[in-house]
Write a protein that binds this ligand. Sequence first.
Ligand SMILES: Nc1ncnc2c1ncn2[C@@H]1O[C@H](COP(=O)(O)OP(=O)(O)O)[C@@H](O)[C@H]1O
Ligand SMILES: CC(=O)OP(=O)(O)O
Ligand SMILES: [Mg+2]
Length: 434
Amino acid sequence: MNVHANLTSGALLVLNSGSSSVKFTVFRVEPEGREITPLFAGQLTGIGTDARLSAKTAAREPIADESWADRDTGSVPVLLPHLISWIERHLPADLPLMAAGHRVVHGGANLHHPERITDDVLAELETLIPLAPLHQPQNVAAIKVLAESRSDLPQVACFDTAFHHAQPAHATTYAIPRHLTEAGIRRYGFHGLSYEYIARQLLATHPDLATGRVVVAHLGNGSSLCAIKDGTSIDTTMGFSVLEGVPMGTRSGGLDPGILIYLMRKFDMDVNDLERLLYHQSGLLGVSGVSNDMRVLLGSSDPHCAEAVDLFCLRVAKEVSALACSMGGIDALVFTAGIGEHSAAVRAGVCAHLEWLGIELDRARNAGDEALISTDASLPVHVMATDEEFMIARHTVDVLTNRGDARHGPAAQIEGASGSGEGCCTAPAQAQET
Ligand SMILES: Nc1ncnc2c1ncn2[C@@H]1O[C@H](COP(=O)(O)OP(=O)(O)O)[C@@H](O)[C@H]1O
Ligand SMILES: CC(=O)OP(=O)(O)O
Ligand SMILES: [Mg+2]
C-alpha cells in the first residue's frame, strides 16, 4: 500500500460503503489541494439483490442509471473494481485518479484523526468490525479492494467517531464496572463527519451560534443527535454502537437492556437473532410493519405507520431536551440529513413537543425552502444540508498534503469553513492551513 505519495492535483475519490450500497463522490483537487470541487457523484445500490448504478454531475445532470445485476454476486469486493473502472472512464482526460478517502464508521479508542491507511491502520480497523457490524466490514472491504486493484493510490480513513473524541468522561462512560470501561465498553458516538461539517457551516453562516450551544439532529437512515458547544461535541445519542439513541429505519434505538436478557431466556434468542432483530427488523420498520422509509410512512393511512412517525418524533424531541441539559442550555436547534432536511412533517412533529423550551415553528417557513424555520420570537431552528463527502475530501487532502496535524482539536474542527453556502462542496483552503 502506497503511504508516501503526497497529493498535488488530480481527481479524488470519496467512498462511503454501506451494507447494500456504495456511495461515491469524485472531486477535482487543484494544485496543493487548495480547492476541492465536486465533479460527479453517485451510488451503487441493491448490492446482493439487484445492483444498480446511478450517477449525476455536480450540476445534477444524470450520467448513469443502469442495472449491474449481471455482475452482482452479492458483495462489495466483486463490484467495487467495476465501479473504479467506470469512474476512471468518466474522469476528464487531464485528471487522473490520485487518492481515495473513505468514511470509516468506527475508529475505536485509538484513531481520533483522519489517518493515511497503512497495513497497521487497516489491521486496527479490522479489529473494530464487531463494534460496528453493519458498517465496518464494508468500509474495510472497500479499502482492501482498492489497495489490491490500485496499490499506487494513497488512501485515507476518516472516522465517524473522531469528532466526539474530546467529550467529557461523564458523557462517554456507562454505569458498568470500571474494568469493562477500561476494556473499551464506552460511548463513542457516530455521524461525526456530518456534525463536523455542520459546525464548519455554522461558523461561516452563524458565527454567534458556532460559539454557542447547538443541538444538531442528524435524521437519516441512521439517526442521531449531537450537543455541540463552542464547535465541540459535548454529548451525543449514539454510544458504543450505532444502536443507541433514537429509533432509526430498521434499528431499535435505545432499549431497556433487560429486554435482551428476557428475549434470550424466554425465546431462546442467540447473538445472531438479537443482531438481526436490533439492526434490521426494528425501528420504523418494526413499529409500522410496513417500511423503514419515512416517505412511505408519511404517505400511508395505516395507523401503525402514523404510530411509528409519532414515536420517532417524541424520541427525537426527548433527546433534544437531554442534550440541552448536557450543555446547560440551548441556543439553537439544527435539522439535517435525509429526513431532517426534507421532511417538514417530522420537523413539525418534533418541535410540537418542544414548545416548553421556547421553540415555535413558523408553518410557512417550515413548509418552504427556508433555512430558518422558526418564528422570530422562537429559539432559532435551522435546516442545514450536511455533506459528509466534502468533509472526507477536505480531510483526505489535508492528510496527504501534510496539513492534517494543524487541523486537529476543537478550534480546527470549525476553522476554515467554506463560506460557499449550504450543501455546496467547493471550499478554498485557508491561507493559515500549513
Ligand atoms: N422528502 C422526504 N420526506 C421524508 N423523509 C425523507 C425525504 N427524503 C428522504 N427521506 C428519508 O431520508 C432517509 C435517508 O436519509 P439519508 O441521510 O440520505 O441516509 P443515509 O445517507 O444514511 O443513507 C430515507 O430513508 C428517507 O426515509
Ligand atoms: C453511523 C450511522 O448510523 O451511519 P448511517 O446513517 O450511514 O447508517
Ligand atoms: Mg448517512
